[in-house]
Design a protein around this ligand. Structure first.
Ligand code: GRF
Length: 200
């Protein structure tokens, strides 16, 4: 059994989709060991509690980035986490954190990277006028929204779209993409060569 550790800061719909897939046996060999938030009022924490999952809130206020990250990593280790899944976790990880879990930290971003990294990616894409956007699940490295890509899903931008409807359709694909990526990584039939995931 592989232990997933979820880090989130908000709503937690990606976490919820992962939890539903784990419960339905669609991510074989995985269980959610702990859900950690830097925000006490994160919706995802309430959801995790309802699902009976272990939760921990670790606020960052008054701590240096690495001090905070050391507390997070201590919690992940206490729950014997194998794979860290950032699911709307609104903090940059310190290089130290990234080095503790080489190719073992995943993030989801609501654009087709390398387009539109950073905040409000869906709005950035809409305002730019792209005809196709989507989402990306990637390994986390020391740069923002940058590591090797595991799964991408394309979403057409329709003439009838506004930022909100586009973001919603991207979110539907996020909910599929994250579990697909976790399955791939746990399955281990890929190795990372440079930025490329290659079949072994
Ligand atoms: C998602 O759009 C995800 O791609 C981004 O933050 C949002 C989190 O949403 N990183 P949720 O908390 O999973 O509902």
């Amino acid at each position: 059994m592989k232990n997933l550790g979820i880090l989130l800061s908000g709503r937690g719909s990606n976490f919820e989709a992962i939890a539903a897939n784990v419960n339905a046996g669609r991510i074989p060999g995985a269980r959610i060991a702990v859900v950690i938030s830097n925000k006490p009022d994160a919706g995802g924490i309430a959801t995790a509690q309802k699902l009976g999952l272990p939760t921990q809130v670790i606020p960052s206020r008054g701590k240096s980035r690495e001090e905070h990250d050391r507390e997070i990593v201590a919690a992940l280790r206490a729950h014997q986490v194998d794979l860290v899944c950032l699911a709307g976790y609104m903090r940059l990880l310190s290089p130290w954190f990234v080095q503790q879990y080489p190719h073992r930290i995943l993030n989801i971003h609501p654009s087709l990277l390398p387009a539109f990294p950073g905040l409000e990616a869906q709005q950035q894409a809409f305002a730019y006028g792209v005809k196709v956007s989507g989402c990306t699940v990637h390994f986390v490295d020391e740069e923002l929204d940058h590591g090797a890509i595991i799964v991408q899903k394309a979403v057409p931008v329709l003439d009838s779209d506004d930022e909100h409807s586009l973001a919603l359709r991207i979110l539907e694909q996020e909910h599929l993409a994250y579990s697909e990526a976790i399955r791939l990584v746990l399955d281990g039939s890929y190795q990372v060569v440079g930025r490329r995931l290659q079949k072994r």
